[in-house]
Design a protein around this ligand. Structure first.
Ligand code: FES
Length: 204
């Protein structure tokens, strides 16, 4: 599927340039890059799954396939962006009870019980939810009731700019999933998040 099929109602923001990510990867070995989308207090992260896993990952399944009546619900797979088609973006907020996820420790997972870098599993420290990024953010353990939302990306090959253009599901919210993509802009106002600075990886 083309990731832009039928997307509407979301802002298109430039969130990074491929050079930012490549320079960060060279200097720190970190394939994770934080950004805010669509609001400034909604943290998300880019991850180069090929750099993380050491194998090509040109697409991942959309776990929300079939859950919306509109075009987003018809997207079966989501394509990575960047030179290797291996850069993806996810919400950094656990859909269980809204804790911020420690995506910056993905690369040091051998030091963090419960994380499994070879399967790109991200661990929520609050109640132990486990999300497989390579499988599209599906829950592979713990109490999270649904997959981790994915941010759709667009890549400009000429400039190297990476844009966020929408999401496949609501971020943390009580109702799952809401019925129209525009509702994805809603979030629980009881929570306030900050976006970690880049370079983001912590060496544990
Ligand atoms: Fe993440 Fe509960 S908030 S597992």
């Amino acid at each position: 599927a083309n990731n832009t099929d039928g997307l509407s109602g979301f802002p298109k923001y430039r969130i990074a340039n491929i050079k930012d990510i490549q320079q960060q990867a060279q200097s720190s070995g970190c394939p994770v890059y934080f950004f805010a989308y669509p609001l400034t207090n909604e943290p998300c992260f880019l991850v180069d799954l090929q750099a993380l896993l050491g194998q090509p990952v040109p697409e991942i399944p959309n776990p929300y396939y079939g859950q919306y009546a509109g075009p987003i619900g018809q997207i079966k797979t989501i394509q990575g962006v960047g030179p290797n088609n291996s850069i993806y973006a996810f919400s950094d907020v656990c859909v269980h009870l809204g804790c911020q996820l420690p995506a910056q420790v993905l690369v040091t997972s051998e030091n963090n019980p419960g994380l499994d870098v070879t399967n790109s599993v991200l661990h929520c420290p609050c109640h132990g939810s486990l999300y497989s990024l390579m499988k599209g953010g599906v829950v592979v353990g713990g109490p999270a009731p649904r997959p981790l939302p994915i941010i759709f990306l667009e890549y400009d090959q000429n400039t190297g700019d990476i844009y966020a253009i929408g999401t496949n599901a609501p971020y943390f919210s009580a109702s799952i999933p809401r019925t129209t993509p525009a509702d994805n802009l809603l979030y629980d106002p009881r929570y306030s998040y900050s976006v970690p600075s880049n370079p983001s990886c912590s060496k544990g």
